[in-house]
Design a protein around this ligand. Structure first.
Ligand SMILES: *Cc1c(COP(=O)(O)O)cnc(C)c1O
Length: 396
């Protein structure tokens, strides 16, 4: 039997990101929080920033706040977030929920390929992605083509790509298995077939480096309340490559995407820049929380976060292997994101028993337990404690 307590201590001692943990609210009642992939922990600085915003800016400035800076937050925070995903300024806005951003990105992508009539996505994709894709396809007269992930977590697009392919929607990291797709290679493959790609970065934003510009990605979206710790319901981002922006269409044009926000013009004319992807008034508190989360991820360094994430998931796999559990997550660290998923019969009851003992994992229907390992907030010792409770519960 490996002494995982000793190994965790050694890994924590050699972890350059270890001090970041103290920058977050650590729940006194929890033994281990392994759900940062669904809702990241609250950063102390975000707690303070939002309190100051409520007191001084909202409370003190009221409507004047818009002209004193709030109005530029969707694009400013967009540029800051863009730097994390390898996007040059002017291509990212932050404002709507992920679900809405997916719908906007899919419509925009489809409008770039008017002569083609197929929308491709993985049958294993997150429900909201599949539901929205189905609706966009119906609205635009497209046919949905599903691809099954391969047993090793990859995606073979070859059989479905062709001259009818308009848009391909792909999740960078599979929300269930944690499998990570090869974003540059798949993007080139889709382009070679003449299609455009929309990448969903929900489970990679903040933990896996993503060179959107370098890979020539067309559009991308992603969620900020997971590894960016921006809080429940914090606004998502939407990226559109600069080459597509002139004339890019989206389905929800509102006053915030108009050329002049305050002109109140009779006729709509879209903003010439990335603001054309906005719709209505964004949530300022949410944007400020995204700004703090992005700043922390940038200060810690996305490469350092990736390195620690690989070590955390490797450590978890070793513990799970020794316990003889069935792991669905790819073995190769280069092919997985930052959570590890085990297949356990009775997963719901197992999750409930873990929560009773102060360990919060993540349950996914029907029989999966996901263990989210957030590089800025999860220590190796915390992961060890949580996994020990999982194996104890399963033994009983
Ligand atoms: C978390 C997540 C979402 C969440 O969408 P919301 O609009 O924020 O509810 C969507 N898609 C994927 C792949 C996710 O992981």
């Amino acid at each position: 039997m490996t002494d995982f307590r000793e190994r965790a201590a050694a890994l924590d001692a050699g972890d350059p990101l270890a001090p970041w943990r103290e920058q977050f609210v650590l729940e006194p009642d929890l033994v281990a929080y392994l759900d940062g992939n669904s809702l990241g922990r609250l950063p102390l600085r975000t707690r303070d920033r939002l309190a100051a915003f409520v007191r001084e800016e909202w409370g003190g400035r009221l409507i004047r706040g818009w002209s004193e800076g709030w109005v530029d937050l969707p694009t400013q925070v967009g540029d800051e977030l863009g730097a994390l995903v390898g996007a040059a300024p002017g291509q990212v806005v932050v404002g709507d929920s992920t679900t809405i951003s997916i719908a906007k990105a899919l419509h925009a992508a489809a409008s770039l390929r008017p002569g083609r009539d197929e929308l491709v996505l993985s049958s294993a994709d997150f429900p909201t992605d599949r539901y929205i894709a189905a609706k966009v396809a119906r609205d635009r007269g497209l046919t949905v083509r599903h691809v099954e992930p391969t047993p090793d977590g990859g995606l073979d697009l070859e059989p479905v790509l062709g001259e009818r392919t308009a848009v391909v929607l792909l999740s960078h990291v599979d929300y269930r298995t944690g499998a990570l797709l090869d974003l540059p290679a798949l993007t080139s493959q889709i382009h070679a077939a003449g299609g455009v790609v929309v990448w969903d970065l929900c489970h990679s934003l903040g933990v896996v480096p993503t060179g959107l510009d370098a890979a020539d990605v067309d559009l991308a979206v992603g969620c900020t309340y997971k590894y960016l710790n921006a809080g429940p319901g914090a606004p998502s981002f939407i990226y559109a490559a600069e080459r597509h922006l002139p004339g890019l269409e989206q389905p929800l044009p509102g006053w915030w995407s108009a050329a002049d926000l305050f002109a109140m013009a009779d006729e709509y004319s879209a903003a010439p820049d990335v603001r054309r992807l906005l719709s209505g008034t964004p949530n300022v508190a949410g944007l400020l929380a995204v700004r703090e989360g992005v700043a922390m991820a940038a200060e810690a360094g996305i490469e350092a976060a990736r390195t620690k994430s690989e070590r955390l998931t490797s450590f978890a796999l070793d513990v799970l292997d020794e316990a003889g559990l069935e792991v669905l997550t790819p073995r190769d660290p280069a092919r997985r994101g930052s959570h590890v998923t085990v297949h356990v019969p009775g997963a719901r009851a197992v999750t409930e028993a873990m929560v009773e003992r102060g360990v919060v994992p993540d349950f996914r229907e029907p029989d999966l337990v996901r263990l989210g390992l957030a590089p800025l907030t999860t220590s190796f010792e915390e992961a060890r404690r949580g996994l020990a409770v999982l194996t104890d519960v399963l033994q009983e």
